[in-house]
Design a protein around this ligand. Sequence first.
Ligand code: ZN
Length: 78
Amino acid sequence: MKTMTCKQMGGPCDLAFHGNSADDVIKAQDAHLKAIVANGDEAHQDALKAMRGRWKNPIKGMGWYRQTKKDFAALPED
Ligand SMILES: [Zn+2]
């Protein structure tokens, strides 16, 4: 298991997500962004927009995805 924070994936807070792969923590952050913005949080709106943009435009999002996978791979195991 590794830990990655919302901030490490371009978000504004230090909430930590745990997973065995970059996809796990990316999915956890997606859910976090949706939930917190649905609750009226403004600080996460840009990160949510960026996340939606990555899904809409996978070619453009690929750079972020590759970088996040690389960052995840470089993290120490918990
Ligand atoms: Zn956050």
